[in-house]
Design a binder for this molecule. Structure first.
Ligand SMILES: NC(=O)c1ccc[n+]([C@@H]2O[C@H](COP(=O)([O-])OP(=O)(O)OC[C@H]3O[C@@H](n4cnc5c(N)ncnc54)[C@H](O)[C@@H]3O)[C@@H](O)[C@H]2O)c1
Length: 331
């Protein structure tokens, strides 16, 4: 397979940095572009000095800087667009920035891809379905958003919804675009500060013996997906020239998520059992039940049949395997 010149926006973030590692490992020329709003240079430590890898600090809304990135790469064959403001607390606290970065970042990078006739891969989200009533989440389901005067949670989900619209418009203009919807990625390097995300927040609480907060009774379910599986989904979605059945992948939205549905309460219990069974001798932290955020989805379960049929993707790591691997790295 030939080497491609690949721009990864958000390349110093949690998923982006792991994707860059995988792409570099496979011989591609990669430029990670990131403002370091949430990403860090330590995330890309393992490939920092690799001859096929470059890092550029820049804002994804800055078209001149994006042009510099393409010039440094010597042209671009694939744009993976992962840069976004992510982290639930931000959606409520900083809705303006979430909308600005997530929508304008997508518009600018789509224009960049069009100018260079590059393939484009969008990191969308199951949150593009809003407070999804129909489960499992699959293409064609209704996307449901609630009154913005109640809360701004959907600054994120609605920005991803508009991102998908912009992508489908670009497909009609002739661009090769693939949409990936990761479902609750977790693994080493996942941030667990007050802005999210839950698996890392719980492990951090255990490590520091801080109280664990469970929102809304903890009965809401999620489908936690191991980082290597997520990266494999992005990899296939971007690198494959066509689908396994020979059809075009352009305009296809691919759910990349585990079908193991777990409540937040069950997640916390599994994590406690796992840690207690390890050599960790300290007591488990207090569990507090709090109201949590408005607009959190009650369930988020993917139908991944399209991903399996078109790009041969299936999750390989179950939750207990992934949690154990993550705990072994952290403890
Ligand atoms: N992690 C998940 O479970 C999940 C689920 C659904 C969708 N996604 C999407 O996947 C992508 C990657 O998510 P992640 O979990 O790695 O999050 P992340 O926050 O670790 O990565 C996003 C990156 O974008 C960068 N960024 C933010 N604003 C920027 C700007 N203005 N200019 C340039 N860079 C900027 C951040 O510094 C960060 O490194 C995001 O688009 C996210 O919305 C993630």
């Amino acid at each position: 397979m030939s080497s491609r010149r690949i721009l990864v926006t958000g390349g110093a973030g949690f998923i982006g940095s792991s994707l860059c590692e995988r792409l570099v490992e496979d011989g591609h020329f990669v430029l990670a572009y990131d403002s370091l709003f949430r990403g860090t240079e330590s995330n890309i430590q393992s490939i920092r000095d690799h001859r096929n890898f470059q890092f550029m600090l820049g804002d994804v809304r800055d078209i001149d800087r994006l042009d510099d990135a393409v010039e440094a790469l010597g042209g671009v064959d694939i744009v993976y667009h992962l840069a976004a403001v992510n982290g639930t607390k931000w959606f409520h606290e900083a809705a303006h920035s979430v909308i600005d970065v997530n929508i304008n970042g997508t518009l600018r990078t789509l224009e960049l891809a069009m100018a260079h006739e590059a393939r484009y891969v969008l990191a969308s989200s199951p949150e593009a379905f809003g407070e999804a009533k129909q489960q499992p989440i699959q293409n064609g389901n209704e996307m449901t958003f609630t009154d913005p005067s109640l809360h701004q949670r959907h600054s994120y989900g609605a920005s991803k919804y508009l991102d998908e619209i912009a992508c489908q418009h670009a497909v009609r203009e002739g661009l090769d675009v693939r949409i990936v919807r990761p479902f609750n990625a977790y693994g080493p390097r996942l941030l667990g500060d007050e802005y999210g995300q839950v698996v890392a927040m719980f492990f951090n609480a255990i490590l520091n013996n801080q109280p664990i907060e469970i929102h809304n009774g903890g009965e809401q379910t999620r489908s936690f997906t191991w980082i290597a599986d997520i990266v494999d989904g992005f990899y296939r979605a971007g690198i494959m020239d066509m689908s396994l059945d020979g059809s075009s992948l352009s305009g296809t939205a691919l759910n990349i998520g585990s079908t193991e549905e777990v409540s937040i309460l069950a997640l916390q219990e599994q994590m406690f059992s796992l840690v207690k069974a390890s050599s960790w001798a300290r007591p488990m932290p207090e569990v507090r039940y709090t109201e949590g955020y408005h607009g959190d989805a009650k369930r988020r379960l993917p139908d991944c049949s399209i991903s399996e049929n078109l790009i041969g993707w299936k999750p390989q790591t179950n939750l207990i395997q992934g949690l154990s691997a993550m705990w072994n790295q952290l403890s």
